[in-house]
Design a protein. Structure first.
Lengths: 395, 337
């Protein structure tokens, strides 16, 4: 009997040791990229993912982090928030991902925020503009600025040029609605009158009724919040109807789809850009991008993917994160990543003016409110984006 | 009478398949390996509830309403808002939500059911767009594009886990399935099919067409509301995307793949539509193309969907095995000639 007890105790000890060894198995460095790679926001998702690979592939080729490769699991959310929530949950519960990167349209990002909070998994949002995404944020951080930050930049520029009357036209989707609302909020305190705010359906083929109203309100500058295809229709109609006022089009003006569709009508459209074309490192990065994936005018999405990749490598190398990864503690690693993102996230990436850093500290979780934007404009019939002279607004 | 039952539309005389579906649903969490799989199972039931309403309205009554996602969204918003804004307990919020959805369906149905076919489809689609516009733009009330949070379900002070919520959803789905089955197997179902096949003839037979159409519209609206409530307790958030086109596309895809006007089409279709995108992720950029081809194949080779294939096959087998039914059918053909 004592012999049996001893054998049982020995067996129990071996099992316990085995279990201990199993628990100490390091976690795989799995990161999910949930973003639109088809549908209306496909450009942003594809470009940011390409840039993410541009950063991570060389890291993996050089031996990864502590000998482990970073594995990107890619899901196409197709601008469908419910699908994105499913993929987000899959990342958190099935793929055992350390964090989720993605969410370019705000609706998709919103559904991922819910998943992040439910599953206590860090979420790095890329291009989504909705301001609320990082309100009272715990697990979510953003690389793309809020639409309110674009509006602050526009209001500052217009006030600096002495503009007093602005007409706004926006589409009926959330980006257009919240963009226009944030612009009004930023412009009115600066004493700038909103001559009219016109809203059109995103699928409308004829926007001339709205443009006539816009024209009759006699603004000095026109502010447009569209999606790419309808943005091209708006700018074409504006020019065809003889309006010569300067046009400012936050974010969408930089998108390839808009520039191609607008062609010559897009020339001169000004965009508050989080990517500064005068920066050498930005130029170098876009040259490398063009070599790998084909020509691409300056746009925020690749820069956001790049910056997310840069921060990711730093965060995964962090001692506190590595300790949890090596201990096989998934939730501990996720919590450590949240903490490390706040600690390491004040860094200079490819977005923002030179020497202006992200601010991922608690309570902010994203780009700073000022100093992040420069103005660029569409040129060469949509083929180029160049630095803009905002004094032209006053003319 | 016994003979005539064999040549009627394919209606199963037994509740056994319904019981099998419910039993399978009850066992499912024991077979699944992760919480994510349980979530997918919940979504299958939620879409099944939504599409059973659509099936009753379009598949059996022939009234195409494209506004169903609006009721789905109103169900989810109502359940969340009645709790967060008015402090209703969940059960009261559920009852209140269904009452709101029923009333809205009635108000929408009274003028709209004068319309037929694509006019009705367009009018109900307009209702969906209005609802979506309100959800997006009335930011102070609906939370705009961010939507609102739905409080988690609790029992004895403890928040319910995913498996418990699954069983709540399953109970809703089972009740819906029983109602769906009862309606299509009863005289109401026959009246609905008569309206679908020829409204004038149905009226001539004494069926109160408008009354039936209105009732079924309200039932389908309420079922969409139930699906919305289930979505709310599953996702704990509701936003305007619930009444956007992709939900409508999902509903239409489910009825195409599952089988419109069939007994179990909404469930079979939901299984495919919820699970297929998860299986296709490994195809990368070709995922959407393959998904589209899949739908095309269904349309071309299985116009009655998967469920229709089995139900029709069983019906034709039963007909073949019934010489009396064949004799009666021959007799009917002769009289028609």
């Amino acid at each position: 009997m004592p012999k049996m007890k001893r054998s049982a105790a020995g067996l129990a000890a071996i099992l316990a040791m085995t279990a201990g060894v199993a628990a100490a198995e390091p976690l795989d460095l799995v990161v999910c990229a949930v973003d639109d790679r088809s549908g209306s926001a496909a450009d942003t998702g594809i470009e940011s993912l390409n840039a993410l690979h541009m950063v991570l592939d060389p890291v993996n080729a050089a031996g990864g982090i502590n000998g482990q490769d970073i594995r990107i699991v890619e899901y196409d959310s197709k601008t469908d928030p419910q699908l994105a929530a499913n993929f987000g949950t899959r990342c958190a519960e099935d793929d055992n991902a350390l964090l989720i990167i993605g969410g370019s349209p705000s609706a998709v990002a919103n559904s991922l925020v819910t998943v992040a909070n439910q599953n206590k998994i860090p979420l790095w949002i890329l291009a989504a503009a909705s301001p609320e995404l990082t309100d009272d944020a715990q697990y979510q951080f953003r690389f793309g600025p809020k639409v309110t930050q674009d509006s602050i930049a526009v209001a500052d520029a217009l006030a600096a040029q002495g503009i007093k009357k602005v007409g706004i036209i926006n589409n009926s989707v959330p980006f257009g609605i919240s963009g226009a609302a944030s612009a009004i909020e930023a412009l009115e305190p600066k004493g700038i009158e909103i001559t009219t705010q016109q809203t059109y359906d995103v699928a409308a083929t004829d926007v001339s009724p709205q443009i006539i109203n816009l024209m009759q309100s006699e603004p000095e500058v026109v502010l447009v919040y569209p999606y790419p295809a309808d943005g091209a229709r708006v700018i074409r109609t504006i020019r065809q109807m003889g309006m010569t006022q300067p046009v400012i089009m936050p974010r969408v003006g930089a998108m390839k789809a808009f520039r191609e569709l607008a062609a010559d009508a897009g020339n001169g459209v000004m965009i508050p850009s989080s990517v500064d074309p005068s920066r050498e490192d930005v130029e170098k990065f876009f040259d490398e991008y063009a070599e790998k994936f084909g020509e691409l005018a300056l746009s925020p999405s690749p820069a956001q993917g790049h910056d997310a990749g840069m921060l990711l490598t730093q965060v995964l190398k962090d001692a506190a994160v590595q300790e949890k990864i090596q201990a096989g503690d998934l939730q501990g690693a996720r919590d450590a990543i949240v903490e490390a993102t706040g600690r390491l996230g004040n860094f200079n990436g490819l977005q923002g003016q030179k020497d202006v850093a992200y601010n991922f500290a608690a309570g902010h979780h994203g780009p700073p409110d000022t100093g992040f934007f420069v103005f660029i404009e569409v040129a060469g019939n949509g083929k180029e984006l160049v630095g803009a002279d905002i004094s032209k607004l006053a003319k | 009478m016994a003979h005539s039952r064999h040549i009627e539309a394919p209606r199963a005389p037994t509740l056994l398949p319904v019981a099998v579906f419910i039993a399978l649903g009850a066992l499912l969490p024991l077979l699944l390996s992760s919480g994510f799989h349980v979530r997918l199972a919940m979504l299958i039931w939620i879409y099944a509830i939504l599409c059973m309403g659509f099936n009753l309205l379009y598949g059996f009554t022939g009234q195409i309403s494209l506004g169903l996602p609006a009721f789905y969204a109103i169900g989810a918003y109502g359940f969340g808002m009645l709790q967060t804004m008015l402090g209703f307990p969940p059960l009261l919020a559920f009852a209140g939500t269904l009452a709101i959805v029923a009333l809205l369906s009635l108000l929408i149905g009274l003028p709209l059911l004068r319309l037929r076919t694509h006019y009705l489809a367009m009018a109900t689609l307009a209702f969906m767009l209005i609802q979506n516009g309100v959800a997006n733009r009335w930011i102070g009330f609906t939370g705009g594009q961010s939507g609102i949070a739905v409080p988690p379900l609790e029992w004895a002070g403890e928040t319910l886990g995913r498996t418990e919520i699954y069983y709540v959803v399953l109970v809703m789905a089972s009740l819906t399935l029983l109602l769906h089955d009862f309606l299509i197997r009863s005289h109401i179902g026959r009246a609905m099919q008569a309206i679908r096949d020829d409204e004038t003839a149905a009226q001539a037979l004494g069926i109160r067409v408008t009354r039936y159409k209105l009732r079924i519209l309200v039932v389908s609206g309420v079922l969409a509301g139930v699906a919305g409530v289930c979505f709310g307790i599953t996702s704990l958030r509701v936003d305007p995307s619930l009444s956007e086109f992709h939900v409508l596309v999902s509903v239409l895809t489910i009825v195409v793949m599952g089988g419109l006007g069939t007994r179990f089409g909404p469930i079979v279709g939901s299984v495919i539509v919820v699970l297929l995108p998860q299986f296709l992720t490994s195809f990368g950029a070709f995922e959407t193309v393959i998904y589209g081809v899949f739908i095309l194949v269904f349309l071309l080779f299985m116009p009655h969907g998967l469920s229709g294939l089995f139900e029709r096959r069983r019906w034709s087998l039963r007909r073949r095995s019934s010489p009396q039914a064949d004799a009666q059918a021959r007799e009917m053909r002769r009289s028609a000639e």
